[in-house]
Design a protein around this ligand. Structure first.
Ligand SMILES: Cc1ncc(COP(=O)(O)O)c(C=O)c1O
Length: 483
């Protein structure tokens, strides 16, 4: 295939040249009607391609020309049978995967450390979740991979599960044994759905973990914007399966995607795909080299640790994406939240996220040696400053799977009441409460509050973490099901 082409980009450039008198949405009419300050800052060109389904730009929801060709090129590059462009992120991709794979009342096995979009998908679909919990990687206090042996056991226990959905790699770069999970799913006549939001770059270097599609996943979503160069919110949904219902996927995408998809986002998907096709190996190797050199340097700073491949083989961690840096200053008494704040406030270094022990830095192909020096020099300074610090207490085990009292959909529509947090134990949550990032819920609608969950949330808040989904930000009250 002609991977050096970029059909959507070609179409919008052609349109920008033609520049017909325009009587369609959007109303800003190329750059003419854009706020002057915004236009001066952003430049004119971006507004020239903010178009709609014109006579030559095709239609995402019914593609026949430029978008169809661009999606085919993406499918060819990642080794899929079909690929769909997503303009509402992997969030809508997860929703469409679930909507298309399971019907109301059917069971789906879901890893307990999935992104909240997966649980929202259960509310939309009415499917019943059966949770498979990854174990904790103890020294780091993070989730491990999904165990194939555990998946097999769960399929024996719940033979009516219609699919398994896992996240791999996850926010921390932890990769599960997708090949083994796919083999188990297929043996049970079900599909393996993979949230590969963090892994689109994995297909471009043999030194990175193998991509989910190459390992037998039936459906997978990828946030190209996270690691592979497209603009925020632009993602892909790939299909490689004889079990998938393509028409259901199309229809599901019509439900969860805007009817005014952004041509800026679709162009960015198209051009990022072309860059990866032409230079993906160099890009991936460059990111890896930068990340591996930083890891070694961080590990030489007294009191700091940066996780690496030594995690593989524990807690069902199959592989590590080494471009993710899990950095801990816990030996020096600094929480991840504290380290993240210091890096930004005092050194102008921004890392992706923090938890109570670690920060996560994502190294991409576009990072520069100057970025790396800024990170290392800030970490050295901080380590020096805290050299007398007392180590944090051992990491706590992440809360296990909460007990479900009703399905997420039943809980979503049930009658609710507000009660004090102190009375929440034993009540059924109406809220999906997730420390963010990573956006992995600790409790979901329909699940019962336990001391373990309440303590964990208090701990996250006390150590400086953000929590999404609270109806009362002060955590004095909580919304529960009125039974
Ligand atoms: C594992 C995982 N899946 C899905 C998503 C949603 O992706 P997007 O931001 O592309 O909607 C995220 C976002 O952080 C994520 O971490």
């Amino acid at each position: 295939m002609e991977q050096n082409r970029a059909p959507v980009f070609e179409a919008v450039m052609k349109y920008a040249d033609l520049r017909p008198a325009y009587f369609c949405v959007p109303g800003h009419r190329y750059e003419n009607g854009v706020n002057t300050q915004f236009r001066t800052f952003a430049g004119d060109s971006i507004f020239k391609i903010d178009l709609t389904e014109t006579m030559i730009t095709d239609d995402l929801h019914c593609p026949v020309s430029a978008i169809k060709e661009a999606q085919e090129l993406a499918a060819n590059l990642w080794g899929a049978d079909h690929t769909f462009f997503l303009v509402n992120g992997s969030t809508c991709g997860n929703e469409a995967m679930v909507l298309s794979a399971v019907k109301p009342g059917e069971k789906i096995m879901i890893a307990g450390n999935c992104h909240h979009s997966v649980y929202n998908a259960l509310i939309l679909s009415g499917a019943d979740p059966v949770y498979i919990m990854p174990r904790t990687v103890h020294d780091w206090g993070i989730s491990g991979g999904v165990s194939p042996a555990e998946a097999e056991r769960m399929f024996q226990q719940y033979p009516d599960c219609r699919a398994l959905l896992v996240t791999s790699p996850d926010y921390y770069g932890i990769v599960s044994d997708i090949r083994a999970l796919a083999e188990i799913c297929h043996r049970h006549g079900t599909m393996l759905l993979v949230d590969e939001a963090h892994g689109p770059h994995c297909y471009f270097s043999g030194r990175l973990p193998e991509g989910a599609l190459a390992c037998g996943a039936d459906l997978c979503v990828q946030s190209l914007h996270k690691t592979a160069g497209s603009l925020t919110q632009s993602s892909l949904l790939h299909v490689k399966s004889s079990l998938a219902d393509i028409e259901m996927i199309r229809q599901s995408l019509r439900i969860v995607q805007s009817s005014s998809p952004s041509y800026i986002l679709m162009t960015s998907l198209d051009t990022a795909r072309r860059d990866l096709a032409l230079h993906g190996k160099e890009m991936a190797e460059h990111a890896l080299e930068l990340a591996c050199s930083v890891r070694t340097r961080i590990n030489s700073i007294p009191g700091l640790q940066c996780a690496g491949r030594e995690l593989e083989g524990n807690a069902s961690v199959f592989r590590i994406d080494e471009t993710r840096l899990i950095i801990s200053a816990a030996q020096l008494g600094l929480t991840g939240f504290g380290l993240k704040a210091s890096l930004f406030d005092r050194y102008n270094v921004e890392v992706e996220m923090a938890d109570s022990r670690n920060v996560i830095a994502i190294v991409s192909y576009a990072n520069t040696p100057e970025d790396i020096e800024a990170l290392i020099s800030a970490l050295r300074d901080i380590a020096e400053e805290y050299s007398d610090g007392r180590p944090l207490a051992e990491s706590t085990v992440l809360p296990g799977q909460a007990v479900c009292a009703m399905s997420p959909r039943e809980a979503f529509f049930a009658k609710k009441k507000i009660i004090p947090w102190s009375e929440a134990k034993g009540c059924v949550s109406a809220e999906m409460i997730a420390p963010y990032p990573p956006g992995i819920p600790v409790i979901r609608p329909g699940e019962i509050f336990t001391d373990e969950i309440l303590d964990h949330l208090k701990h996250v808040r006390a150590s400086g973490g953000y929590i999404h989904g609270l109806s009362d930000e002060t955590m004095e009250t909580v919304t529960v099901i009125d039974r």
